[in-house]
Design a protein around this ligand. Structure first.
Ligand code: NAD
Length: 285
């Protein structure tokens, strides 16, 4: 059996990168968090401090110094060569811009040792679109986390036809080791499992409400009673925040664009963005 992944480098310390880095450190990995300059790294330090507080509140294991220990295992740097010099696994969580990702992978492929596995957290780009830029397509795959890594803890793992099965298995083991539930995709699929289900689901719900067929609260009640699910689609909209579904719909076909306009006029333009803003389809205190 191949060695466990213990040295992790996360590229990008934004919303997801900071969470992936913190979770990996919390679970015992030695983590290097890389970002483009010292100003961004100062923000990253604040993000890690906030995550530490969140874990203290919401993660049962975050006691007896576990949060402090996680912080001691985390190093921040803006030096890419140093960041990847001894990494078992590099997880990329930089902006969703294909060329930026390709440029970054090219540098990482040149700088990292032969042992390093490279993974992308991209939500919308297939790993096949990025693999050649790494110079090591056999050691490249997608490892996709969901927001609130400490809570919504799936990690979707998706290789390309070039990904070495042994590399894939090591990444599955890594996902388990850092407390995720690994979801193994056997071949490439835009949207992975979660968004392949969620995007059409949220779209169908918006169609019902925007078309005047039923109120959002009644759509949710129907779904909860009919399926036993804890949340209806509009409760999920509020948790995700309305901007993300809006952006997806606004880039879709004519019908999707109409639904996007409905979301914008009735909710987003009125500051009703979801739980974070205190109101979306529901009010929050
Ligand atoms: P973000 O904008 O919050 O963070 C991006 C970070 O990357 C920033 O800190 C930025 O300074 C840094 N960055 C920019 N250029 C860089 C470079 N060349 N090298 C290293 N770092 C660089 O973005 P995010 O929401 O964390 O998303 C990052 C990735 O994660 C995207 O691919 C996205 O699809 C994916 N993702 C996001 C979510 C989500 O809910 N936000 C969920 C799953 C996956």
């Amino acid at each position: 059996m191949s060695a466990a992944i213990t040295k992790v480098t996360v590229l990008g310390t934004g919303v997801l990168g900071s969470q992936i880095a913190y979770q990996s450190a919390f679970k015992g990995c030695t983590v290097t968090a890389y970002d483009i300059n010292d100003d961004v790294l100062a923000t990253a330090r604040k993000r890690f401090a906030t995550l530490s507080e969140t874990y203290a509140r919401e993660v049962p294991d975050a006691k007896d110094g576990a949060n402090e220990a996680a912080l001691t295992r985390l190093t921040l740097t803006s030096d890419l060569a140093a960041a990847v010099s001894d990494a078992d696994l590099v997880i990329e969580a930089i902006p969703e811009v294909a060329d930026l990702k390709r440029q970054t992978f090219q540098k990482v492929g040149e700088l990292a040792p032969a042992k390093t596995i490279i993974a992308t957290n991209s939500s919308t780009l297939l790993p096949s679109e990025l693999k050649d830029s790494t110079g090591r397509p056999d050691r490249f795959l997608a490892l996709h986390f969901a927001n609130r890594v400490w809570q919504l803890n799936t990690a979707e793992i998706m290789g390309t036809p070039d990904t070495d099965p042994a590399v894939y298995s090591r990444v599955v083991e890594f996902a388990k080791a850092i407390g995720m539930v690994p979801i193994e995709l056997h071949k490439e699929k835009a949207g992975y499992v979660l968004n392949s289900l969620l995007v059409p689901f949220l779209h169908a719900a918006a169609e019902l409400a925007a078309g005047g067929y039923a109120d959002p609260a009644d759509v949710d009640t129907t779904w909860r009673i009919g399926t036993g699910a804890p949340l209806g689609p509009f409760q999920i909209y509020d948790i995700i925040g309305l901007n993300t579904p809006y952006n997806i719909m606004a880039h879709g076909d004519a019908e999707s664009q109409q639904l996007a306009a409905w979301l914008k006029t009735n909710y987003i333009d009125k500051g009703k963005l979801g739980v974070e803003s205190g109101e979306g389809f529901y009010k929050y205190t």
